[in-house]
Design a protein around this ligand. Structure first.
Ligand SMILES: Cc1cc2nc3c(=O)[nH]c(=O)nc-3n(C[C@H](O)[C@H](O)[C@H](O)COP(=O)(O)OP(=O)(O)OC[C@H]3O[C@@H](n4cnc5c(N)ncnc54)[C@H](O)[C@@H]3O)c2cc1C
Length: 395
């Protein structure tokens, strides 16, 4: 494989690099990383995403007719690599990466015209209503019910682990519209306005101390039939296509590359007894192992995306990428905890105004705790292994 870029690709790389160097100005950096980051995060993301949209780069992977870019796979690769290097986040996935492909692939013309421009301009924030207390890995067992009443559905039931539901304007929801046949066949895909009477959101506390998880309850929530995607009872098909996009997103190769580079710098600067941590053979070999895995993942991702570009959507390979991507993320988080040493063990509340040890210690702990969940969201490791065994390896 020839991995050198052409002159045009180098020109494109320079344009993307310059854009990301300028887009994250001091105001945005403060919103993402400053003391008020938890409360300003949504505001900051909207501002950042609108700047991407103004450049036409909010959703480069969408079909051109809906606002995507007619880029080659190499250009997509360059774009993501430069974004990662600059430390710029990917747009929040629920709208642009997850529900939008379902809308433009299976939605009506009215739904496309109504929702896609608002997603591009970050006017609507979305959340994902898949999991229920009794339906996670076995998602098709979901019970949240939608009964037809004229031109409306009446929805009753609960969703759980709903990330950012408290900040969302809309939820895309899997609901049961039929109980008579195979459980996968009675599921429909509804778009529900979070302001509809009967929708309530309650928070779930997590070990990382950041508010992101919720339960969402539906009590006699009336949803227009026109908010159903595609056919009644075909929601399982749409839901699975969304999971492919979700899992590709979670692999986060560009972010891991940046984290690895940061880690190398931190380890180089960490000197003890005249010797840098990077010179410690055990630490260096662990870092090298992760780097090799990451390189292999990057090439696997490129292979999958290139063959998908030639013949449509990637499929179950996304499970492989999600599994390996999150394994690497967790290894990097563990190494960061090791570099921070015992400073990373201080409870966040203990720090108050004082900074102990490294600036990144507190962050290392949050990332570590939060990162454990990557083996669960988007489908657990075991589920990804089952999918890979059955559909990729044909076992
Ligand atoms: C931080 C976080 C954010 C999330 N965000 C969302 C969200 O926004 N929207 C949403 O809908 N959901 C969300 N989820 C839910 C997530 O998708 C589910 O938690 C996940 O699918 C696992 O389901 P479960 O929790 O019911 O565990 P279970 O399905 O009960 O699994 C329990 C254990 O059994 C194992 N297991 C289950 N079945 C099998 C099998 N067949 N073979 C081998 N092992 C198996 C699992 O791997 C796991 O270890 C989120 C979860 C987390 C942790």
């Amino acid at each position: 494989m020839d991995t050198r870029f052409t002159e045009e690709e180098l020109g494109f790389q320079a344009e993307v690099r310059q854009f990301f160097a300028e887009v994250l100005d001091d105001d945005l950096k403060t919103m993402f990383h400053g003391a008020e980051a938890a409360t300003q995060f949504k505001e900051g993301m909207i501002e950042y995403q609108r700047r991407l949209n103004a450049k036409g780069w909010m959703a480069p992977g969408w079909p051109v007719e809906y606002g995507g870019q007619d880029w080659t796979m190499t250009q997509h690769f360059i774009f993501n690599a430069e974004r990662g290097k600059a430390g710029a986040p990917a747009p929040i996935a629920f709208g642009v990466t997850m529900v939008a492909p379902v809308i433009y692939s299976y939605g009506s013309e009215g739904q496309k015209a109504r929702f896609l421009p608002r997603i591009l301009n970050s006017d609507d924030w979305w959340c994902q209503g898949y999991s229920e207390p009794g339906a996670g890995s076995d998602l098709a067992s979901l019970q949240c019910k939608a009964e037809r009443d004229g031109e409306e559905y009446v929805v009753n039931g609960s969703k759980i682990w709903t990330s950012f539901a408290h900040a969302a304007d809309w939820i895309f929801c899997l609901v049961r519209t039929d109980n008579s046949g195979r459980k996968q066949d009675g599921i429909s895909f509804l778009l529900i306005d979070m302001k509809t009477p009967g929708v309530t959101v309650s928070p779930i506390e997590t070990i990382d101390g950041i508010y992101h998880l919720n339960e969402v309850h539906f009590e006699n929530v009336r949803v227009p039939v026109e908010n159903r995607i595609g056919e009644e009872g075909k929601g399982w098909t749409y839901a699975k296509s969304l999971l492919v996009h979700e899992r590709l997103y979670i692999a986060e190769v560009a972010e891991s590359k940046r984290n690895l580079e940061q880690l190398r710098e931190l380890a180089r600067a960490e000197v003890n007894g005249g010797e840098s941590l990077l010179d410690d053979p055990i630490f260096a070999s662990r870092l090298a192992e992760v780097e090799i895995d990451l390189m292999a993942l990057e090439f696997t991702e490129l292979r999958v995306l290139t063959s998908a570009a030639e013949g449509g959507m990637p499929g179950p390979e996304s499970s492989l990428l999600k599994l390996q991507g999150t394994t690497i993320q967790k290894s990097l988080q563990e190494l960061r905890m090791d570099v921070a040493g015992y400073y990373s063990l201080a409870l966040q509340g203990d720090l108050s105004e004082q900074q102990f040890g490294h600036e990144f210690s507190d962050q290392a702990q949050k990332l570590y705790f939060r990162g454990r969940a990557s083996s669960i969201y988007g489908g657990s490791d075991e589920v990804q292994k089952n999918v890979t065994a059955k559909h990729v390896l044909g076992l």
